[in-house]
Write a protein that binds this ligand. Structure first.
Ligand code: ZN
Ligand code: ZN
Length: 276
């Protein structure tokens, strides 16, 4: 699987990046046995629709997966709707769209449309259910309940490795995306032993004391190390911090995360990619 950061600035767009949005791609065989690249976009925050066009033709999008309905994670669905419905060369049709049950209602709100507008020609809405996996090509995606002031989910994605091994096969690898969350048992379960953990670190130790909202770098590090929950869990292969606001220097949550997690550690930047 390959992860591309479309946007990663926390809570808003920033001078160097759009807000939260991540492209996850994996190669798998279609029903005829031909190898295809399957593409999932996680969240579509302010500015992300335009930046997504740098990496993906919306016609090639196989699923849109939304963590929660705070504006910084979903408002550019309006742009996706316009693109899919009004593309001059032909409408793109509905794309599988998984997220909170309130997603359609919230899209009506940000787009200023009545509840009679269902967006059914652009989005095939499915409500995320914790523990109920869904399939996008070779990727198995499982929602986990997050701890945030609104209905929110993290997602664990299992799929084939980007590199083919000496035996000509791809091994199963895993990636987890926290969305916005504070520490909770379900998010610890989600992160257990994944190859790559994409964890928000919006809060700074000693500065942001509200709980039940966001991770700090230290709490993201504990999540990555497998020491955050009631029971010890396997550490992750690498940790990528994201959702850092424009007013916070990356080195601060990185330093905090390193107190708890000894593995490979980076902060997301727009356009950065990881192959697992
Ligand atoms: Zn957010
Ligand atoms: Zn949020």
């Amino acid at each position: 699987m390959k992860l591309t950061v479309i946007g990663c600035t926390g809570s808003m767009s920033g001078p160097a990046s759009a807000a939260s949005s991540y492209l996850v791609q994996a190669t798998g065989a279609d029903e005829a046995g031909e190898e295809l690249i399957y593409s999932v976009v996680l969240d579509l925050g302010p500015g992300a629709m335009g930046q997504m066009l740098r990496y993906l033709d919306p016609a090639d999008l196989d699923a849109l997966v939304i963590s929660h309905c705070h504006a910084d994670h979903m408002v550019d669905m309006v742009g996706m709707h316009v693109y899919r419905r009004w593309r001059p060369t032909g409408a793109l049709g509905p794309v599988l769209t998984v997220g909170p049950g309130e997603l359609l209602h919230r899209l009506n709100g940000v787009d200023g449309t009545p509840e009679t507008e269902t967006y059914a020609t652009e989005f095939d809405f499915r409500t995320a259910v914790p523990g109920e996996s869904f399939q996008v090509g070779p990727m198995t995606i499982t929602p986990y309940a997050a701890l945030h002031p609104v209905e929110a989910y993290g997602y664990r994605i299992e799929g084939p490795s980007e590199q083919v091994g000496p035996d000509g096969r791809r091994r199963q690898v895993s990636l987890a995306f926290t969305g916005d969350t504070d520490l909770c048992e379900s998010i610890c379960e989600m992160a257990d032993g994944v190859d790559l953990l994409l964890a928000e670190a919006a809060f700074v130790e000693g500065r942001d004391t509200v709980r039940g909202m966001h991770l700090t770098g230290k709490r993201a590090g504990q999540l990555a190390a497998g020491t955050a929950g009631k029971a010890p869990r396997r550490p992750v292969g690498q940790l990528v911090l994201t959702h850092i606001q424009p007013w916070t220097e990356h080195r601060i949550p990185l330093r905090n995360a390193a107190l708890a997690y000894e593995g490979p550690l980076e902060a997301a930047t727009a356009g950065a990619t990881w192959e697992i």
